[in-house]
Design a protein around this ligand. Structure first.
Ligand code: FES
Length: 91
C-alpha cells in the first residue's frame, strides 16, 4: 500500500493512498478538527458518510470540505476550520 503525506495544521500526517482525510486524522490520533459556529464545541467524524457535515475542514485554502469523503492527497494542506470557515469570502 502506497503511503502519502499531507500537512494538518502544520504537522505531518501519513495516510494510505485512497484513504480519506478523516480516516487519516483518526488514525493519527485526532478526534476533532472543527469548532461549531455559536459555541465553539469540537467536532470531527460523526456519520462518516457525508451526511452530517460535522467533519468540515479547510483543504488547500478551500473551507467546508467533508473530511470523511475527501481523499487525502500528497502535499495537501489541511487546516482546522473555525465556525463557518468562510472568512476568505469577506471583503
Ligand atoms: S462525518 Fe458526517 S459528513 Fe463527514
Amino acid at each position: 500500500m502506497d503511503v502519502i503525506r499531507f500537512r494538518f495544521d502544520g504537522r505531518g500526517i501519513e495516510a494510505e493512498q485512497g484513504q480519506s482525510i478523516g480516516a487519516a486524522l483518526i488514525a493519527a490520533g485526532y478526534r476533532s478538527w472543527r469548532s461549531t459556529r455559536r459555541t465553539g464545541q469540537p467536532r470531527g467524524v460523526f456519520c462518516g458518510i457525508g451526511v452530517c457535515f460535522d467533519c468540515l475542514v479547510t483543504v488547500n485554502g478551500s473551507p467546508n470540505q467533508r473530511a470523511c469523503l475527501t481523499e487525502a492527497r500528497h502535499d495537501d494542506q489541511v487546516a482546522t476550520q473555525e465556525g463557518a470557515g468562510r472568512d476568505h469570502l469577506a471583503g
